[in-house]
Design a protein around this ligand. Sequence first.
Ligand code: ADP
Ligand code: ZN
Length: 213
Amino acid sequence: MNLILMGPPGAGKGTQARRIAERYNIPQLSTGDMLRAAVKAGTSVGLRAKAAMESGGLVTDDIVVGIIADRIGEADCAHGFILDGFPRTVAQATALDGMLTERGLKIDHVIDITADTEALVTRITGRSTCSLCGEGYHAVYKKPAVAGECDKCDGTLTTRADDNEETVRNRLTVYHQQTAPVIEHYRNGGKFKTIDGMEAMDSVFEKLCAILG
Ligand code: ADP
Ligand code: ZN
């Protein structure tokens, strides 16, 4: 099963992708996570991506297309994968079509998780993540039992450098200008579905599972 999860920043793509990965036993391919890892490791990709990520802009198409082309060729993707945060431009969607055709693969579902803009700002500016297990938290909606510490493991919670209000607003603008048109690329294929991301996380997950079967 090859799946694309779409939606604006903060809609819950990452959280849901992690849960789908667990339930269906297929990897979550998050270009955001991979780019953050590259920045942290100081690789050449990381050096090229850093400034765009810090400002909330997009990293160039050639970088992310290269990352995904390499990643879907790895053994753990043989039975499927979840694309989280890619494609984010029409050019990336076209490049993805090409690499899938080349490998005799196809996308089975494209699911767009929607949410309203102001709610997204509140969600993103309050969120934090466990540096060990990746569990997500929120200052208002999902507080850890002990401030700054993960409930599930010994990890400490970290906040993403780009999760401040100014950068978030920029990411939302970029989403509306560059990523929303990608929906049109998939809308008429018969594989496109929308889920309301304003609902509770568990309810969104149930709806996703109902689509995936
Ligand atoms: P979010 O969806 O919450 O904004 P991500 O973790 O998906 O966060 O992405 C963080 C940043 O990484 C983006 O703001 C962008 O700079 C970069 N990025 C991630 N995926 C892509 C992509 N497919 N194309 C271009 N840039 C990307
Ligand atoms: Zn943890």
